[in-house]
Design a protein around this ligand. Structure first.
Ligand SMILES: Cc1cc2nc3c(=O)[nH]c(=O)nc-3n(C[C@H](O)[C@H](O)[C@H](O)COP(=O)(O)OP(=O)(O)OC[C@H]3O[C@@H](n4cnc5c(N)ncnc54)[C@H](O)[C@@H]3O)c2cc1C
Length: 356
């Protein structure tokens, strides 16, 4: 079987890496032009097991389980186990914690508002605030993980085409023809994993792009002093952040900039000011100097809110998308790519040798 994966971000890269490990599967990864700044390059890389959405949580917990169990993945991703705090309006149902505990035994603890104030100096929290504290969580470099997987992909015989996909032929069934900057190729399956570019790519190819949207994620790196919290997400204010070395923190708030050009990287001062206001309220013991590194990047959002394989046309066109990370795919990409590879190769029987 020949598979062409389009997009060399974390999603496409890990999917191609999963696929190339199967004997009998020939994989070409069309990465896009070298040096394109994508979500993977600028990602905050927070990884944890708990997510508000139960299905995303399952993927996140399984990804972290695989990462922690593999010395190779820990090294590639530069995993830092710093712990993680997820602040919620109220304590989550117990069964949600049991789910996380299944993949990450002994990692999870619930803190109430009083403990959040006493331990971390959080301020202005609503009365019912509770937090999921995870010991076995932290952050990775998604960019470094992609580079590790890329080298291994090439060493296993995967073909790298560092140009753009330009055209597709006969997407209605049978073998698919495609054209990239490097020339023409054919494949049995083509997977578009072009992140925020996927919707426009589908449109340009004359195909429907159902409900794939883009939204800007903006954050900044601050020189800091005072009390530094561990990596955290605060649903009560929207503020999220993580330490980024001694005396430095990455902080951001969700934006409302939908349907932006995927290449657009406009950093808005008013959004940055809102971050400082939220941080002053929630983290009164943390002093922030003006930011010295700015990030604004369009990311792919799907209605389900998570990275997943979807048929781009009715079965059996052989054309799929693998995108929709919705601002959180660094933490789910390992498990999501494993599931997607399984779905794509379902008709091929798996032998023992392929399980390693
Ligand atoms: C600022 C920011 C902070 C984030 N923080 C976190 C976090 O803390 N934790 C977390 O879990 N997630 C986080 N995320 C989300 C996570 O990083 C992304 O969901 C993930 O990296 C998306 O990977 P991707 O491969 O889908 O997309 P991308 O990384 O955007 O890759 C898409 C690739 O497709 C290529 N491409 C485009 N068009 C074509 C074409 N025609 N042909 C070939 N290739 C093409 C592009 O060049 C690009 O390399 C963050 C995202 C951003 C933007």
């Amino acid at each position: 079987m020949r598979v062409c994966v389009v997009g060399g971000g974390l999603a496409g890269m890990l999917l191609a890496w999963r696929l190339v490990r199967h004997p009998g599967v020939r994989v070409t990864l069309v990465t896009g032009a070298p040096g394109t700044r994508d979500s993977t390059a600028v990602s905050g890389g927070l990884v944890r097991g708990f997510e508000a959405d139960p299905q995303a949580a399952e993927l996140a917990a399984r990804s972290l389980q695989e990462l922690r169990a593999s010395a190779l993945l820990r090294e590639w991703s530069q995993y830092q186990e710093t712990g993680s705090l997820y602040l919620l309006h109220a304590a989550p149902p117990l069964r949600r914690l049991i789910d996380v505990d299944r993949s990450l035994p002994g990692s999870v603890l619930i803190l109430d508002r009083r403990e959040l104030v006493a331990r971390y100096g959080f301020g202005g929290l609503p009365e019912q605030t509770a937090a999921v504290l995870e010991r076995h969580a932290g952050y990775i470099s998604p960019d470094a993980l992609r580079h590790g997987a890329r080298a291994d992909f090439a060493a296993r015989g995967g073909v790298l085409d560092s140009t753009d996909l330009r055209a597709l032929d006969r997407p209605e069934g049978g073998e698919l023809g495609y054209r990239t900057g490097a020339g023409r190729g054919t494949a049995d399956l083509v997977v578009l994993a072009a992140g925020g570019w996927t919707g426009r790519l589908l449109t340009r190819l004359g195909l429907p792009a159902p409900q794939l949207r883009t939204k800007v994620i903006q954050c900044a790196l601050y020189a800091t002093a005072g009390d530094h919290p561990p990596p955290f997400v605060d649903e009560t204010s929207g503020l999220y952040g993580r330490p980024a070395g001694p005396g430095r923190m990455l902080l951001g708030l969700p934006t409302d900039r939908w349907d932006t050009d995927p290449g657009q990287r406009v950093f808005l001062d008013r959004e940055e000011r809102a971050v400082r206001e939220a941080a002053a309220l929630r983290l009164p013991g943390l002093a922030l100097n003006p930011p010295h590194h700015f990030t604004a990047m369009s990311e792919a959002y799907a209605p389900e809110g998570r990275l997943a394989l979807r048929a781009a046309l009715p079965y059996p066109s052989g054309l799929f998308t693998f995108t929709g990370g919705s601002g959180g795919a660094a933490k789910t990409a390992l498990a999501a790519s494993s599931a997607a590879a399984g779905e794509l190769l379902a008709p091929i029987p798996i032998t023992e040798g392929e399980r390693s």
